[in-house]
Design a protein around this ligand. Sequence first.
Ligand code: PMP
Length: 426
Amino acid sequence: MHDLPDSIPALWSAQAHMPSVLGRQLVIDRGEGNYVFTADGRRLFDGTAGLWHANIGHGRPEMAEVAAAQIRRLETYHVFGRYVNDRALELAEKVASVAPIDDARIILNSGGSDSIDVALKLARRYWQLRGRPERTAILSRDLAYHGLHAYGTSVAGLDFNREGYGTDSLVPDTVRFDTYDIERVRETVERVGPHRIAAIIAEPIQGTGGVIPPTPGYLEGLQAIADEHDILLILDEVITGFGRTGEWFAAQRYGLRPHIVAMAKGISSGYSAVGGIIVAPELWRPFYEADAPIYRHGTTYSGHATAAALALENLAIIEREGLLGRVRELEAVLETELAGLAGDDRVAQVRHAGLLGGIELRPEVSAEQVTDRMVEQGWIARPLRGNVIQLSPPFTTTDAELRELVAAVPTAMDALRGAPVPAAAR
Ligand code: PMP
């Protein structure tokens, strides 16, 4: 055990290697538009929109007013049994109106990991109800990230997120399949046995795995396999939902017909903790029959009224300010700027879809070191698995800011030239 500083904060950041971050934590205490400020007064461009969530930018006064007004009227009331609140009803109507599923019903909760739990439990509960209890297996992609609750951990395609809990026994019956090649997915489905599979879950564009857009025909292939074998298709749109690809949902961009869509992040742009699922009629109708069981997966804050009011205002801002169209414009700028970087001999590959960019560096350069240097120069970017730099700024980013953000990558690499590279960069 090496020495720790004399005084360490009470907060355990559960997604950080604490010994490495102590003494160098970046304390953010203010946000304004596309920028956040550290407690010691530095101004940083938020080139990742936090964890891909701050889509409308930070510190919006209209959001503060909505929260204050809602709390004065009603902070929240639960949605168990006969009780419900008006904001939860309104938010569900709004989400259903832009959803990639017709006649959908919406379950609300508090975040992305919650939405994965509720989606995967629903898949299994549905097959039980249909008299097919043997359909329990959940198939997910290699490199997938579906949050870190128990079910999300069990279906993780990033090994470091699954390891250490008793591999494959935390929630049993989960199987990974290939992320790139649809023929290999078919092989996995055959090996597991289609009649045993409850659902296939996939991020349309893999985020944490390294910003990996689908190979041509891949998502359509997943749809075909699901259709052919009566397997449920669940899309994890926690990152891609609510505009990140220039459409409300990536399902619309890629022409997919999912049974369940998981959502969070962009539904409120982080102004409140909201997640949930969008459910197709085939799945919700059996639970609306007179003799049906209750689908038991509610939480105290499912449909939290203030959280919902903020999500509604966020969606209204996206519409008022034409931010879906703006993402499409920014995608073109990102594409051009990344293409310019592709020729740099320190860059292995550039990838993008919508306002999501990934820059994979050659092993001689460390994404972790580059992003550390970028933040010193005022640009937040994030190192992902595979030596990739994530760029996913707010939808309110200007063309000039996006160009400068991409340019900050080679500038930081130049500044680092000659510096030693650590053995492992995740
Ligand atoms: N699914 C995906 C695709 C995500 O990117 C994330 C979060 N990064 C989650 C689920 C989990 O969401 P949360 O952190 O809000 O629980």
